[in-house]
Design a protein around this ligand. Structure first.
Ligand code: ZN
Length: 288
């Protein structure tokens, strides 16, 4: 089942056709995508009965927004692939480094990215959206708390991310447009193995990253267990699960995003999201 935010309204899609949830359910389910996560399990059971071929209208992808447009919490995991830890000059972590992308950075799958500086980088990531509240969730129970999976880009302004004697990643990763998510949410039962998905991204059709999610150091269930050990996970919460090797800042010479670049990111079984970069501004940050 594929859940979408279509023109700001909760919808179901097969990638070609789309139906609005409020109409198809006779008003039983809310038009607000965020409200759906509060009743996700019941909603998902109903959604699997909807016949998209009979009821759907042709999709206009420009209308797609982030499946969870207003998450209360956004988590992101650093250094979750060995090859990316190595290219960053760091040891694979024993516990996952966690930061946030502030919720206003979350945006739709086909948006523009304003580049505030000349050191903005890309990170292709699998994104998890939570569908059931959970505190101290075990790894065995973790997938039951997942509404579905989407594609994300953890866009990162590297200078601000790494500034100061004890770098705090979150602000440098939270400019508007720095969290594209989409194109829709795919439930785990629609994927042959939700723990082993091909992932990658390209700039102007040149492949920059490619990997498989089975190479994550902390799996989806491992991440959920560790995050929820501290903070309850809430319906609609978004988790960026880390990026494989090939980011621009680790290249010699570095490859940062430039105005006009077209950044496409894919996860097998989910689809592709595409952002276009354009010029922005920012108060200058002192490099570390
Ligand atoms: Zn990341």
């Amino acid at each position: 089942m594929r859940f979408a935010n279509y023109a700001g309204r909760a919808a179901l899609t097969d990638g070609t056709r789309v139906v609005h949830v409020a109409e198809a359910s006779g008003g039983k389910y809310d038009a607000d995508p965020a409200a759906i996560f509060e009743v996700w399990d019941e909603f998902a059971a109903w959604a699997r009965t909807v016949n998209l071929t009979a009821e759907g209208a042709k999709i206009d992808r420009a209308q797609l927004g982030s499946p969870s447009p207003t998450p209360r919490q956004v988590f992101a995991i650093g250094l979750n692939y060995r090859d990316h830890a190595t290219e960053s000059g760091l040891e694979p972590p024993a516990e996952p480094p966690v930061f946030t992308k502030f919720p206003t950075s979350v945006c739709g799958p086909y948006t523009d990215i304003e580049l505030p500086t000349t050191t903005v980088d890309y990170e292709a990531e699998l994104v998890v959206v939570i569908g059931r509240r959970g505190h101290r969730v075990s790894e065995a129970d973790a997938w039951a708390h997942v509404a579905g999976l989407a594609i994300g880009q953890d866009i990162s302004e590297r200078t601000r991310q790494l500034v100061g004697p004890a770098p705090q990643f979150s602000l440098g990763k939270s400019f508007p447009g720095f969290g594209p998510v989409g194109p829709w949410l795919v439930t785990a039962d629609d994927l042959a193995d939700p723990d082993d998905l091909g992932i990658g991204c390209s700039i102007n059709d040149e492949v920059m990253q490619h990997g498989r999610t089975r190479n994550m150091i902390f799996s989806v269930s491992g991440i959920i267990a560790r995050l929820s050990d501290v903070t309850p996970l809430l319906p609609g919460d978004v988790i960026f699960t880390g990026t494989p090797a090939g980011v621009g800042g680790a290249r010699k010479p570095p490859v940062f995003l430039k105005p006009g670049d077209v950044l496409s990111t894919w996860v097998d079984g989910i689809g592709t999201i595409t952002s276009t970069c354009r010029t922005g501004t920012s108060y200058p940050t002192q490099p570390a």
